[in-house]
Design a protein around this ligand. Structure first.
Ligand SMILES: Cc1ncc(COP(=O)(O)O)c(C=O)c1O
Length: 325
């Protein structure tokens, strides 16, 4: 079992595991390094995922929707002509093995990163995707729920979400996250917790690292993928749970700024954030300023499911198993 660095379980403090999967091997984290000449470092030509693994009732860990995350990872990689060298099943197995070797007893967050490394012999210098070698690294850190169940305050960003003519916005491309970082920075400087970004057509795209849902008269609405957003796996989980458990169908249609203001409930969904109620937008309360009933019901269901307490959704969990070494 490998130690994790200081940090309290169940808090926002990331405690990075001392072991990573790097260039095809499990290595001590300090050996998982990249040189300053790395193409992805210079040009943002990497792609990543964020995957959670949750402690189950038996004390073991299970990865939540890992296969779906890795399918998206491979799609993102393909967009940047990165050959990851492993398929989704193999990536799931490497992840399980990494977690087995780390041997954590708390919830973990897994961060796969595939990136452009170095110019191949004969390739002239320049910003390009071909003639550049590819690399894969996966690290993990301890991460409990970090968003306030009581809700967060968000700003509407002055930064606009890029459209798909500017960047492949559905892919989780590292360089594209400059936009997200600027939006968060602006929101935090103004005293908010997070930002919702509008797309270039002035419609709601998503929050900095999560998707947006609104509830209007009991109806659940979220922007369609054509609104320039990352097609969240948590978004899909919520749509599935709303229909399957609460008999609430989700409508996918564009939302304007005004729709946020008129909503009874607003919440965000993401692997890191999980489901988080938004109780204030741009200085105005959402509904009565408290987490709404549908948000609360979905949050409760979500937390049951990620802990393996609902048989119907067990197929979303991949148990990591015990150490094999
Ligand atoms: C920009 C952005 N939108 C949405 C999401 C939510 O996606 P998921 O629910 O798959 O984590 C994420 C997180 O991955 C993100 O980075």
């Amino acid at each position: 079992m490998t130690s994790v660095a200081a940090g309290e379980p169940g808090t926002a403090t990331p405690a990075v595991a001392a072991l990573a999967y790097h260039d095809g091997q499990f290595v001590p984290l300090e050996r998982a390094q990249v040189p300053v000449t790395t193409q992805a470092l210079q040009y943002g030509t990497g792609v990543f995922e964020g995957i959670r693994a949750y402690v189950q009732a038996d004390g073991g860990l299970a990865v939540f929707r890992g296969h779906d995350h890795y399918l998206r990872f491979l799609r993102s990689s393909g967009t940047l002509r990165i050959d990851v060298g492993l398929d989704a099943e193999q990536l799931c197995e490497v992840t399980a093995e990494l977690l087995r070797r780390i041997g954590p007893t708390t919830d973990m967050y897994v961060r796969p990163l595939a990136y452009k490394r170095a110019l191949l012999p004969g390739t002239p210098p320049g910003v390009q995707l071909t003639g550049v070698s590819d690399a894969l690294s996966i690290n993990a850190f301890r991460m409990g729920s970090y968003t306030a169940r009581g809700g967060i305050r968000v700003a509407i960003s002055s930064w606009c979400r890029p459209n798909s003519g500017v960047l492949p916005v559905r892919a989780k491309v590292t360089g594209g996250y400059v936009n997200n970082a600027l939006a968060v920075d602006e929101a935090r400087a103004a005293g908010y917790d997070d930002a919702i970004l509008l797309n270039s057509r002035g419609q709601v795209a998503e929050a900095s690292t999560s998707n947006v849902f609104v509830v209007v008269h009991g109806r659940l609405v979220t922007p369609p993928v054509t609104a320039d957003l990352v097609e969240g796996i948590t978004r899909d989980t919520v749509v599935t749970l709303a229909a399957g458990l609460l008999d609430v169908e989700t409508a996918f249609h564009d939302l304007g700024r005004e729709d946020l203001g008129n909503a009874d409930e607003v919440f965000l969904t993401g692997t890191g954030a999980e489901i988080v109620p938004v109780t204030e937008i741009g200085g105005r309360p959402v509904g009565d300023g408290l987490p709404g009933p549908l948000t609360t019901a979905l949050t409760t269901a979500y937390h049951e499911i990620v802990r393996g307490k609902d048989e119907r959704y067990r197929h979303w969990l991949q148990p990591v198993g015990s150490a094999t070494y």
